[in-house]
Design a protein around this ligand. Structure first.
Ligand SMILES: NC(=O)N[C@@H](CC(=O)O)C(=O)O
Ligand SMILES: [Zn+2]
Ligand SMILES: [Zn+2]
Length: 428
């Protein structure tokens, strides 16, 4: 099938917006030109000068299936992704069971094929059941379709385990993706060890809980030559370590979430557990360091850490509720409104952090809008303003601290492999 977009607003190499038509055929972008001729069999869509970008890529998503289908499924999570403009997402392995054998991975790959609305890249765990005691069979899991290896949800506590994992991953040219949390330094905290924790008498998680692991791991990455990727970086010390490691030529990359870029612990205005996530919202100066780190390239790109939980679980209060917030459906509007419109970054930078940069970092095909590329595309209305209302989410998770925020930049259509997978107003 051929789809032709008329009057699409695109970013050129210089970061300027220009108008053009885009022709997609057999899952590929085949032409981008000022005026493309149409024939009777083509599906012609006038996008009315809306912004068209490469489909976004999110390498940090919790789909909860198998085992947590009451929180999210591959079907609901990937529909949420499509609605947020994401055409490729990577699924975290903290499911029940964990994809830690080639049989589990084969099941997952098949389930994705049967039920996903967008492309899904499955992570395998680093250790069996993510228990930190025994390494998975890296070669067998790569063969079965693993995208990369991570124990996200928990940190790999043993330096020796991480060292052995990196040696294996390096030999297979696969990345190790790390949730950095030293369990001897969590102090059973539920929020950052800072002003908010003190004011409310809550136990705090200190910044060293994260940065100590990153410091250890960049040395292990140096020793093994492994590509080491830091999940949801949250502290200024972590940014400094990654910056220095990059300067030393170590193969380290890092991602930051929209919530750590846009919020700090001073913004927590109630004991609402929708402000509870791991790592926690840090201090204002950490938030500033994350923005600086992203702007200077220390942090490579943005990932949402979409982590759905039920309203019942989230109503248990700050101390008891599970960590995590959803992010797929609000990432672009939030970042567009609060970074681009406020002049902190350009539209081109934001789009690159959500597409080209993750694609380059993980050698994922896609991330660019050009002739020959896969037809993974998002259409965005940059002018339409809308209030974030969790009840409208396609995700089963309604747990967001951004409810009630007014944003611009809402996706209106998402195309994967040349097919419309979601369109505003045409929800089933
Ligand atoms: N980020 C979170 O707060 N929670 C994630 C786990 C994780 O990403 O570490 C989850 O699975 O709920
Ligand atoms: Zn994590
Ligand atoms: Zn996560």
């Amino acid at each position: 099938m051929t789809i032709i977009f008329k009057r699409a607003r695109l970013l050129n190499q210089q970061g300027e917006l220009t108008l053009a038509d885009i022709k997609m055929n057999d899952g590929r972008i085949v032409q981008i030109a000022p005026h493309i001729a149409v024939s009777d069999h083509d599906e012609v869509i006038d996008v009315c000068e809306q912004f068209v970008a490469p489909g976004f890529i999110d390498v940090h998503v919790h789909l909860r299936e198998p085992g947590g289908e009451h929180k999210e499924t591959i079907a609901t999570g990937t529909l949420a992704a499509a609605k947020g403009g994401f055409t490729t997402i990577a699924a975290m392995p903290n499911t029940k069971p964990v994809p830690d054998t080639k049989q589990q991975m084969a099941w997952l790959v098949n389930r994705i094929r049967e039920t996903a609305h967008v492309r899904v890249l499955p992570y395998a765990s680093i250790t069996i059941r993510q228990a930190g005691k025994q390494l998975v069979d890296f070669a067998a899991l790569k063969e079965a379709g693993a995208f990369a290896f991570t124990d996200d949800g928990v940190g790999v506590q043993s330096a020796r385990m991480m060292y052995e994992a990196m040696k294996q991953a390096a030999s297979l040219d696969m990345p190790i993706v790390a949730h950095c949390e030293d369990e001897t330094l969590t102090y059973k905290g539920c929020v950052h060890d800072g002003s908010f924790a003190k004011r409310h008498g809550l136990l705090g998680i200190p910044s060293v809980c994260e940065s100590v692991h990153i410091a250890r791991d960049v040395l292990l990455a140096e020793a093994t030559g492994c590509h080491y990727h830091v999940c949801h970086i949250s502290t200024k010390q972590s940014v400094r370590i990654v910056r220095e490691a990059k300067q030393a030529g170590i193969r380290v990359t890092a991602e930051v979430t929209p919530h750590h870029l846009l919020l700090c612990d001073e913004d927590i205005h109630s004991l609402d557990a929708n402000f509870k996530m791991n790592p926690p919202l840090r201090a204002k100066e950490d938030q500033q360091a994350l923005i600086e780190g992203l702007l200077d390239g220390t942090i490579d790109f943005i990932a949402t850490d979409h982590a759905p939980h039920t309203e019942e679980e989230k109503s248990e209060g700050m101390a008891l509720a599970p960590f995590g917030i959803v992010g797929l459906e609000t990432a672009f509007p939030l970042l567009y409104t609060h970074l681009v419109e406020k002049g902190i970054c350009t539209l081109k930078q934001l789009v690159d952090w959500l597409s080209k940069k993750p694609a380059e970092t993980f050698r994922i095909e896609g991330g660019e809008l050009k002739v020959g590329a896969k037809a993974d595309v998002v259409v965005i209305d940059l002018h339409h303003e809308q209030v974030i209302d969790p009840h409208t989410f396609a995700s089963k998770g309604k747990n967001t601290p951004f409810a009630g925020w007014t944003c611009k930049g809402w996706p209106t259509m998402t195309i994967v492999d040349g097919k419309i997978v979601w369109q505003k107003g045409r929800e089933r």
